[in-house]
Design a protein around this ligand. Structure first.
Ligand SMILES: Cc1cc2nc3c(=O)[nH]c(=O)nc-3n(C[C@H](O)[C@H](O)[C@H](O)COP(=O)(O)OP(=O)(O)OC[C@H]3O[C@@H](n4cnc5c(N)ncnc54)[C@H](O)[C@@H]3O)c2cc1C
Length: 446
């Protein structure tokens, strides 16, 4: 056991942070490469009464993998690809998204969740329920996982398959999207899908938010046999402006076409399917764009896997640019907007920001009504003002909003405000039942 757990020293400094901007501390670390080692470490920490933070690729944006003291267990060495059979791929949690893509490169299959950061691990993506842009069509991450093996807080290990009930709920959902609160995932059975034959991407620019919403409405109605809109991603004008301004400091942006200025930002649409359906969808979208006020001559259109990956980079690099401009932890919230309320929520948010002098950038899926709100605060006073602003806004808009993404450590207060006491107490009760010593991932979610 001694050799499995090493005391913290400066050479492990990188393990104290993720992409949230938070920096933690740890007294010891471990890098298990077998499930039995995970069990042994969990049991040891339980006996010592030492809390344990689980870490994957540490690319999370919310501090979930940042240890608040105690022990840090990195799963980056638990990274075997165990086997591909039919449409199922069994992997250990430390396998990265990049590696999953490599394994499947020569097949006609892919795993739909794709939060765009290739160094993220499958375990981290599953624990956060990270979706990526194409969840508009392919659905939430949990849909693409059939089973997990999990080490519980008492050190025991079990296989959990979709459909097993516990206390009236699907047991698998306790380990997916629950940020490692109830167990350490040590193996996952991923459900794969057939790769679309064709992928196209188009960026449209708009002058007003009403145009954006009208276009989203039209795009959602486009129906063509054999092809579909997989992503309908909005980057508002503040995010677009940030991308334009960051060109000098982010080399990868220099390899992309320079973005024009626009009054309300841009919408990235990704089309998947077979020929000629993809072309028909693209034509319908170009017509919808024109009808909604977007100049077709300014649209950026590409086709093919490599070019589409390049277009997706704007969204990916926007996340990086937001992190670069922040002087402290990221201040953001993911919300799911009630059907039909998107325009009112977006315009209300913008009016409130302008009235109170708050700088914020909004991204998100217009297809599923999921918005990622980012307060762009580059000093502490603005950060605090931004946080109070967000709390007030969530309170005011409660009837139209639900929690739409991960919580980690940085969004706990915002989560409590939006989800309410009952939801927080519900998670605490489950924690009490499954991990009464509060051993696993302390400080996450509640
Ligand atoms: C540039 C960039 C772009 C991004 N874009 C998106 C995006 O478009 N959409 C999106 O949803 N996300 C996005 N993300 C964030 C994304 O959620 C994370 O990158 C990813 O899901 C986290 O994986 P990870 O392996 O780095 O996990 P970590 O950050 O290491 O951990 C995340 C959480 O999972 C827990 N965890 C990790 N492994 C396990 C395990 N085996 N068992 C139990 N708990 C575990 C950790 O304790 C922590 O709470 C982006 C991040 C970056 C840096």
């Amino acid at each position: 056991m001694g050799s499995l757990v090493v005391p913290y020293s400066e050479k492990f400094e990188d393990y104290l942070r993720d992409e949230s901007g938070l920096v933690g501390r740890a007294e010891s670390l471990s890098f298990p490469d077998k499930e039995t080692e995970v069990q042994e470490i969990v049991k040891t920490m339980r006996d010592l009464g030492t809390s344990l933070t689980v870490q994957g690729g540490k690319t999370g944006l919310l501090g979930g993998a940042v240890p608040p003291g105690g022990h840090l267990m990195s799963l980056t060495k638990l990274r075997q690809v165990k086997g591909l059979a039919g449409n199922k791929l069994v992997v250990e949690p430390g396998v990265t998204l990049q590696e999953v893509k490599q394994v499947l490169a020569k097949t006609n299959l892919f795993w739909p969740p794709d939060p765009s950061e290739g160094t993220a691990t499958v375990g981290g993506v599953a624990a956060l329920g990270a979706r990526g842009m194409c969840a508009h069509y392919y659905g939430d991450t949990a849909r693409h996982i059939e089973a997990v093996r999990v080490v519980l807080a008492d050190g025991s290990c079990r296989l959990v398959k979709r459909g097993e009930l516990w206390a009236g709920r699907d047991l698998l959902d306790l380990f997916l999207g629950k940020e490692g609160l109830f167990g350490v995932v040590t193996e996952l059975t991923l459900l794969l899908q057939e790769k679309p034959e064709e992928k196209w991407g188009i960026i449209f620019f708009f002058s007003t938010e009403s145009e954006v919403i009208a276009f989203a409405r039209a795009a959602r109605k486009v129906e063509v046999p054999g092809a579909y809109v997989a992503a309908l991603q909005y980057l508002d004008r503040h995010i677009q402006e940030l991308l334009r301004k960051s060109r000098q400091v982010v080399p990868r942006l220099q390899k992309l076409p320079e973005l024009m200025e626009s009054g309300a930002g841009m919408v990235y649409v990704e089309i998947h399917g077979a020929w000629p359906g993809v072309e028909e969808v693209a034509e319908a979208l170009m017509e919808a764009g024109l009808a909604c006020g977007s100049d077709p001559d300014t649209a950026l259109a590409v086709s093919g896997e490599a070019e589409v990956e390049r277009m997706r980079l704007y969204r990916h690099l926007a996340v990086e640019c937001i992190g670069l401009q922040a002087k402290g932890p990221r201040l953001s919230m993911d919300v799911r907007v009630a059907e039909g309320a998107l325009e009112a929520v977006l315009s209300g948010f913008r009016a409130r920001c302008d009235a109170q002098g708050i700088k914020a950038g909004v991204m998100g899926s217009l297809g599923s009504g999921l918005l990622n709100i980012n307060i762009l605060a580059d000093n502490e006073a603005l950060w605090q003002r931004g946080k109070d602003f967000l709390l007030d806004w969530l309170e005011a808009m409660k009837q139209y909003l639900a929690v739409g993404g991960g919580i980690g450590k940085t969004r706990r207060e915002l989560f409590a405000k939006l989800a309410g006491d009952e939801a927080v107490q519900g998670i605490r009760r489950l924690k009490e039942m499954l991990d009464p010593q509060h051993l696993l991932n302390p400080g996450n979610m509640v």
